[in-house]
Design a protein around this ligand. Structure first.
Ligand SMILES: Cc1ncc(C[n+]2csc(CCOP(=O)(O)OP(=O)(O)O)c2C)c(N)n1
Ligand SMILES: [Mg+2]
Length: 329
């Protein structure tokens, strides 16, 4: 496992503002979900990524529509960071016919192939094999595309991770394995699920691996750039373990069924103090990299995008019951 370099970002202001905008858009989407879930407007569960936005943003900024991502059950942020339309995602989560999968996928199975989004996945580690296959397809196509799989620390304990590391290393596949280590698998703390460090596992397969602060936007962006460049150059996979935290519960309604807390208030507060969004904002403003008025304008814009997305979702009809079996295998 290597440690990240800590040199400055050296990014132009418009790029920094764009990264802030993506994080802000994800945060606004997720915060709206809290409200809609509480109001009983969502037909299914939602797993929110508030606190983890820098990972999706930093990675996906280096990708375009021809690159692939495979996501998790906590996938709204990946979808938006990869260029998916928040309104189509919102309508999907609302189960409506104008959703990206006509309301049949919902939060946990939303995909948009036109954007290279192979889908969120309700099966823990289910995206790993998909993304590895896509990486093989990228290699065969010979056009320099890459494939990324996002997975959690709980998913890291699944055997398919070893298979993916093995074959990706052996065949030098253009694959990024991005572990969002938020310290919990549902309600089980990391050290009750995983032995050792996730980033140490790559070495056994000769896969370059790195453990990074997943709440540091600039570190995430730089780490991703190196890994994507390696993959595009035909040099093979990289394993990135991004250490982060989810501010919300595992699933939005968990307080209705949990009988006792599984993490302390102090722990949650300590991580909130490392919230990647205000942290990046402070970095931009105090370093005089992007003026705060520009960031305020971005905040206003993303808020209006999410308001419009919610109107779009609410006004979209429910799917016809007779269409339930359409598009099924
Ligand atoms: C194969 C499989 N096993 C178990 C579950 C139940 N389950 C849903 S989410 C989850 C925890 C996943 O933890 P992690 O991979 O760390 O992702 P996080 O929720 O922290 O983002 C589990 C065990 C499942 N959906 N699929
Ligand atoms: Mg986890």
């Amino acid at each position: 496992m290597t440690k990240p370099r800590t040199e400055g970002a050296n990014l132009p202001a418009d790029k920094l503002a764009e990264l802030y905008r993506t994080m802000r858009l994800i945060r606004d989407f997720e915060e709206s979900m809290i409200k809609f879930q509480k109001a009983g407007e969502l037909p299914g569960p939602v797993h929110l990524c508030i606190g983890q936005e820098a990972v999706a943003t930093g990675i996906c900024d280096h990708l375009d529509d021809t690159d692939y991502i495979a996501s998790t059950h906590r996938g709204h942020g990946h979808f938006i960071a990869k260029g998916g339309d928040p309104a189509l995602m919102m309508a999907e989560v609302f189960g409506r016919v104008d959703g990206i999968c006509q309301g049949k996928g919902g939060s946990m199975h939303a995909a948009d192939f036109s954007k290279g989004i192979l889908g969120a996945n309700g099966i823990v580690a289910g995206g790993v094999g998909l993304a590895t296959g896509a990486a093989y397809a990228c290699q065969l196509a010979g056009k320099g595309q890459v494939s990324v799989v996002f997975f959690g620390d709980g998913a890291a304990a699944q055997g398919v991770i070893s298979e993916a590391l093995n074959v990706a290393s052996l065949w030098k596949l253009p694959l990024l394995l991005v572990c969002e280590n938020n310290g919990y698998s549902e309600f089980s703390p990391y050290n009750t699920v995983n032995a050792g460090e996730i980033a140490d596992r790559g070495a056994a397969f000769k896969v370059p691996s790195i453990q990074v602060d997943g709440n540091d936007m600039v570190t995430m962006w730089r780490t991703a750039r190196t890994a994507v460049e390696r993959a595009r150059a035909g040099e093979g996979p990289t394993l990135i373990e991004a250490q982060t935290y989810r501010h919300r519960g595992h699933v939005e309604y968990e307080d209705t069924f949990l009988t006792k807390p599984y993490r302390s208030e102090e722990e949650v507060e300590a991580w909130k103090a490392k919230d990647p969004l205000p942290r990046f904002r402070d970095y931009l403003v105090s370093g005089e990299l992007v003026p705060s008025e520009d960031l305020d304008a971005i905040d206003a814009d993303t808020a209006s995008i999410i308001r419009n997305a919610a109107d779009f979702a609410r006004n979209s009809p429910w799917p016809e019951p007779g269409d339930a079996l359409k598009h099924m295998f």
